[in-house]
Write a protein that binds this ligand. Structure first.
Ligand code: CA
Ligand code: CA
Ligand code: CA
Ligand code: CA
Length: 260
């Protein structure tokens, strides 16, 4: 499992920063990684800044159950989408299969490739949203926003393969914008009820970080507490299998807990 929690710059924790001509400003703020591309004048023309990062999925190639989840908010409107802005998150690679997300303040575009219909989704502006893609080999892909299943189907092939990589970033196309990434996480989907988020076979403090998050109901996309559907990202901590993440599940977390 790889996670970028917004308290470090991506290139300090294993991501490769793309070499761009007009790099956007960036900062860390209260657990979020912020990118602030601007429209600038350069060499007599108007250009938009951008900033992109990539991470190789080589270590995950051929996974039977792979997920990526990211929580992001951006100020750029849907007008930016003509130039693949303001924010994008891409399951990329050198060959055919890909999953491509363009995210604006109030709209999301999900593309698989040019032969299948694009999926457009309106979202509430001004709040972060949680996005998640589950990939089950050749059998199934599932796309969620804030825990709601938006699109699913049979993939055109297995992802990831040896050339696969995740790419994300922000770009100004027509206007200045700010994109705030609360986190980006990806890896093997942990077993339901295992309490082992990072699938390393032991329940430790690293898993606690994610389990306690699932108990919250104060953030968009997370519905902790009894009788709520805790969503696909919290199945690992739903020990009793009733779809919620509550104190009963957490009691089992404590039983399995093996220290830091
Ligand atoms: Ca964060
Ligand atoms: Ca673990
Ligand atoms: Ca319960
Ligand atoms: Ca439960």
């Amino acid at each position: 499992m790889v996670s970028l929690e917004g308290d470090s710059f991506p290139d300090d924790v294993g991501w490769i920063r793309s070499d761009r001509l007009y790099l956007a400003g960036r900062t860390l703020d209260n657990g979020a990684f912020l990118q602030s591309p601007r429209i600038i004048q350069a060499n007599g023309s108007t250009v938009g800044q951008d900033d992109f990062y990539q991470y190789s999925l080589n270590g995950f190639s051929g996974s039977e159950a792979f997920f990526a989840e990211w929580r992001v908010e951006t100020t750029g409107s849907r007008d930016e989408m003509v130039g693949v802005g303001p924010a994008s998150f891409v399951f990329s690679g050198d060959f055919g299969i890909l999953y491509h997300f363009t995210i604006a303040s109030n709209r999301v575009l999900f593309l698989r490739d040019s032969f299948v219909p694009a999926v457009w989704v309106d979202i509430d502006p001004g709040v972060p949203h949680e996005y998640r893609l589950n990939l089950f080999g050749e059998d199934l892909y599932e796309f969620f926003i804030d825990g709601d299943l938006i699109d699913f189907g049979v993939p055109e092939g297995v992802y990831s393969t040896e050339d696969s990589r995740i790419v994300f970033g922000a770009r100004s196309v027509l206007v200045d914008s700010t994109t705030s990434w609360d986190y980006i996480r990806f890896g093997m989907i942990p077993e339901d009820g295992s309490e082992d988020y990072d699938s390393d076979g032991v329940v430790t403090h690293d898993d606690f970080y994610f389990a306690q998050e699932c108990l919250s109901d104060r953030r968009t996309g997370i519905s902790g507490g009894p009788e709520n559907n805790a969503g696909p990202g919290c199945r690992f901590t739903d020990f009793d299998g009733d779809h919620d993440a509550d104190i009963l599940d957490f009691a089992e977390f404590q039983n399995l807990f093996r220290g830091p």
